[in-house]
Design a protein around this ligand. Structure first.
Ligand code: TTJ
Length: 648
């Protein structure tokens, strides 16, 4: 900067500038009317107002980098490498245009010709409001030749616009200190709040680079943060970002992107489906996050549903007798970002978080109807993924409903007639005394039925491989032939429908072999209980039967050994000639042996499952559900110990 060149470029102030001050006085009197609040939100809003100007310049194609720096004392600096705010004398106001920008209310965005302002904060009132609410504000404009500088205090010009140096760069730098007498709650900026909003802007304006830097030295602030935000993929990148944050897996191979315009209105939509069950739809109008949705969002949802149904019908994915898919089916696992830009955005509701323009709904719908449908036609694999997911969700909904109805019908009179075919129930109805044994395999089930105490003990055999609960969902669990009998027999329902009052047994005993398959079934059942009926575990209703591994007998004497050490011990005890029988599985025991070793409350050994045990099973389970079978089996064998709490 060369001191000699300081040249005043402003005339003396005339009555226009008096008016100006009166305008800004109104802002200081009623700040809430201009920035929504004088709390933390309003404070942050000042930054967005200033940044919006740079974003407009970037959208006009003249700026590709915006920097936001947090300085001490609540001071913020926003810079861009655009053309710079014009410094020439404003024909009507008689003062430099840059001064008009900062001192005349509502001047923001309207200067410089194009008049097309699409970005815009919550209230879209511009730089003069920020100036009015700042203790001081300084602007530097670089026009490729000179550096111009002007300072304002409480919105009023404090110094004439002056050339303070030479430069070959162009751009605008605005530094301001929010007025602590206005922002009485706080003047401390929250880095992550700004980061979230600026990231949003970077997504919504593809290719624009926004850098946020925390340069505060104040040790009460966690400073030092720096983020460099630039997303060439725009809202497609936004969808991927949401997907990453969700920790879910994507179902589509790629984000679907639909965009188009009608006159001054522009709409773009990016979306995909993931393994999750809820939907995340984020919408914006003129880069304002429309938290309450509005016409763009409802137009998107209804056309999405219409297109998916149309495609499913046209390509026979739905049978003639099938009902149309519902919104909730198609929306399941959906991640979507919608961004519309329009000249006359009408916001409904007090928070201005809901878009009201009806024309946008038709634009969005027609774009989806044409381009998304065409996309499905041209990408049959992707289309199948979407349709299958929606149909699965629809089946799920219906199956879950059936299961609920089933449940409702069977609690009360006639209960037993609704019980699973495989269940051999006990005679007693007293849920404080009864026990149910979930037995691996039909043959063991048979012995258990014969050997049990029929008054208090019910037997439910399960057979074969369990379903993969990790990948399954409420519907599959309800619909699966392995677990449905368990759910129905217990009577409680699952997940949010779980009701412990309806539990039909006091003890639920998992009875599986001590081998790999048995351990697999134990893991699956524990995981299932842990995820869908955790209360059962918390309240101590779940047990693991502990059938012995060996019977050591000599004459009329016999012992059951649960470990190899015990076996050796008993052999020694009985002396030479002891007979050792190895139980290969529960199925090998006769009813008397089963009663004595596993069922009889007087002699059996059972383990009560704790939450920690089940959580471990759950963890194990997730590892187990990898695609490869061998490492899975190995893991089960090595980690087959879950229950710790020795009981009964
Ligand atoms: C307007 O049209 C003529 C050429 O310059 C255009 C302009 O004003 N660009 C512009 C304004 N770039 N950056 C701004 C700006 C930057 C900040 C940080 C704050 C404000 C109020 C404006």
């Amino acid at each position: 900067m060369s001191e000699e060149k300081i040249t005043p470029v402003t005339e003396k102030y005339d009555e226009n500038s008096i008016q100006v001050l009166e305008g800004l006085e109104a802002v200081r009197k009623r700040p809430g009317m201009y920035i929504g609040s004088t709390g933390e939100r309003g404070l942050h809003h000042l930054v967005y107002e200033i940044v919006d100007n740079s974003i407009d310049e970037a959208l006009a194609g003249y700026c590709d980098k915006i920097t936001v720096e947090l300085l001490d004392d609540g001071v913020v600096r926003v810079s861009d490498n655009g053309r710079g705010i014009p410094v020439g004398i404003h024909p009507k106001m008689g003062i430099p245009t840059v001064s008009v920008v900062f001192t005349v209310l509502h001047a923001g965005g309207k200067f410089g010709g194009s008049g097309y302002k699409v970005s815009g904060g919550l209230h879209g009132v511009g730089a003069s409001v920020v100036n009015a609410l700042s203790s001081w504000l300084e602007v530097e404009v670089m026009d490729g030749k000179h550096i111009y500088h002007q300072r304002y205090e409480l919105g009023a010009v404090k110094e004439d616009l002056k050339i303070v140096g030479d430069t070959d760069k162009t751009g605008t730098i605005v530094t301001f200190k929010p007025d602590p007498t206005i922002f009485t709650d706080t003047t401390k900026y929250d880095y992550s709040t700004l980061l979230t909003r600026l990231r949003e802007q970077a997504f919504l304006n593809a290719g624009i680079r926004i850098v946020l830097k925390d340069l505060r030295e104040d040790e009460t602030i966690v400073n030092g943060g720096e983020d460099d935000l630039c997303y060439e993929g725009g809202i497609k990148s936004y969808v991927e970002y949401i997907l990453e944050g969700s920790k879910k897996e994507k179902l589509n191979n790629e984000v679907i992107y639909v965009s188009g315009s009608d006159g001054d209105s522009v709409a773009e939509m990016a979306f995909l489906w993931c393994t999750g069950y809820d939907s995340k739809i984020v919408s914006f109008a003129n880069t304002v996050h429309t938290v309450d949705g509005g016409t763009h969002e409802s137009g998107f949802k209804s056309s999405l549903l219409r297109v998916v149904n149309k495609y499913a019908r046209a390509f026979k994915k739905l049978k003639e007798a099938d009902n149309n898919l519902k919104g909730e089916d198609v929306n399941e696992g959906l991640i979507a970002v919608i961004s519309v830009k329009l000249t006359d955005a009408q916001f409904e509701s007090q928070t201005k978080a809901k878009l009201g323009n009806t024309s946008i709904s038709s634009l969005v719908s027609s774009l989806m109807g044409d381009k998304f449908y065409q996309y499905l036609e041209e990408h049959p694999d992707e289309a199948n993924i979407i349709i299958n997911k929606s149909i699965a969700s629809s089946n799920a909904r219906e199956a879950a409903q059936k299961a609920r109805d089933l449940q409702r019908n069977k609690s009360g009179v006639g209960t037993k007639s609704r019980m699973p075919e495989k269940l051999t129930d006990c005679i007693s109805n007293d849920p404080t005394k009864t026990e149910i044994f979930i037995v691996e395999g039909d043959s063991a089930g048979g012995s258990a039925v014969e050997g049990r105490n029929s008054t208090y003990q019910a037997i439910l055999p399960l057979w074969g491989k369990m379903l993969n609960v990790e990948k399954a969902r409420e519907d599959k669990v309800y619909g699966n032939d392995k677990l449905t009998p368990v759910i129905v027999a217990l009577g409680t329902g699952i997940a949010e429908h779980f009701d412990i009052e309806k539990l039909r047994y006091d003890k639920i005993v998992i009875m599986a072999d001590a081998d790999v398959d048995g351990s697999h079934i134990r893991t699956l059942l524990l995981t299932f209980f842990f995820r869908y009926m955790p209360k059962l575990i918390e309240t101590g209703h779940i047990y693991l039967a502990q059938p012995p591994l060996y019977r050591i007998s000599k004459g009329k004497q016999h012992y059951d050994a649960f470990t190899d050490e015990e076996k050796a011990e008993y052999i020694e005890k009985l002396g030479g000639g002891a007979d050792v029988q190895r139980y290969k599985g529960l199925g090998e025991m006769n009813p008397e042996q089963l009663w004595e070793t596993t069922l009889d409350p007087e002699t059996r050994t059972m383990l009560r499952v704790t939450m920690a045990d089940a959580a471990l099973a759950d963890e194990t389970f997730t590892i187990l559900m990898g695609e490869e079978v061998e490492p899975r089996r190995k893991f089960i064998e090595e980690n087959a110990i879950y229950a710790t709490d020795l009981d009964i």
